[in-house]
Design a protein around this ligand. Structure first.
Ligand code: GDP
Ligand code: MG
Length: 277
């Protein structure tokens, strides 16, 4: 439980995506709860902040979200890279009425973020008040493949905006913890560190901590593993899938899906660090 006491942290969250997808509007909706139809092209970067309270594992966190709203013109790679540096989470925005803005996430923005390793990402399909011109199945497929949770929002009506930023805060905390563990491990994180982390998160998310520990131990036995071992990547992936099945029955499909996506994000970051892909 949170015990009324929470840890204060500050996280840099960066909004990226093509021109006019709604980055500035989302930031204003989130920070000031306002929307205005005028389009004012962002010059350079705008930074605003809001405090987001999240619960992760057995702790409560008050996260000061420093929202970096960067002007979104493709082709300013070096400028973008400079802004992205030091970010704890990235929010990738596309416009659901313009499929080409979704494509450019994968062609331009994600590869750019991948160069800055160790960061969690959330994807936002904005302007749903205007209707969808992209198949949601396609969005879901990319989300699964890359371990990037997605949210459909309208900065105009406010739908979905809180959820998306909340998840970004959670990612900044959880992936941040993995990279702190990494410091103790040397240059690279280990699958053992990730396994410990995932186990902690799994157990704390369950009602009955003792039962959850037993379930986790049994799961490890299935792979002939015990605590302190370093599983292979394939084993890690299988464990993540098994946990999803277990959690689906216990905390519901939506929450289980969210956790799985976040774990895949951690595995992807590890893989990139290790293999440089
Ligand atoms: P940015 O270039 O990504 O920062 O985009 P802006 O936030 O400036 O938004 C571009 C245009 O889209 C503006 O005219 C906004 O009013 C409009 N817009 C942004 N979000 C929404 C939305 O959710 N629904 C609708 N209908 N219009 C939006
Ligand atoms: Mg803008």
């Amino acid at each position: 439980m949170v015990n009324g006491e929470s840890v204060w942290v500050r996280k840099k969250v960066i909004l990226l995506g093509d021109l006019a997808v709604g980055k500035t509007s989302l930031a204003r909706r989130y920070v000031y709860n306002i929307f205005d139809d005028k389009y004012i092209s962002t010059i350079g970067v705008n930074v605003s902040k809001r405090i987001e309270n999240v619960r992760y594992g057995d702790k409560g966190y008050s996260v000061t979200m420093m929202i970096w709203d960067v002007f979104g013109e493709k082709g300013y790679q070096s400028t973008h890279r400079r802004f992205v540096e030091g970010a704890d989470a990235g929010i990738l925005v596309f416009d659901v009425t313009r499929p080409e803005t979704f494509q450019s996430l994968w062609e331009y923005w994600v590869p750019l973020l991948y160069e800055v390793t160790g960061m969690g990402m959330v994807m936002i399909g904005n302007k749903i008040d205007l209707g969808m011109k992209i198949d949601e199945d396609e969005i879901a497929e990319y989300s699964k493949r890359y371990g990037v949770p997605y949210f459909l929002t309208s900065a105009k009506t406010g739908t979905g905006v809180e959820y998306a930023f909340h998840e970004a805060a959670l990612l900044a905390i959880s992936i941040g913890k993995v990279s702190v563990d990494r410091k103790g491990e040397g240059v690279y994180p280990s699958t053992r560190g990730i396994l410990d982390h995932i186990m902690g998160e799994f157990i704390m998310g369950m009602e009955d901590v003792n039962e959850a520990s037993l379930i986790f131990k049994e799961l490890l036995e299935k792979y002939n593993l015990k605590l302190g071992d370093s599983p292979t990547m394939t084993e890690m992936e299988d464990i993540v899938n098994d946990l999803y099945d277990i959690e689906k029955a216990m905390v519901g499909e939506e929450e289980a899906e969210r956790k799985k996506t976040r774990r895949i994000a951690i595995l992807n970051i590890y893989r990139r660090l290790k293999e440089g892909v």
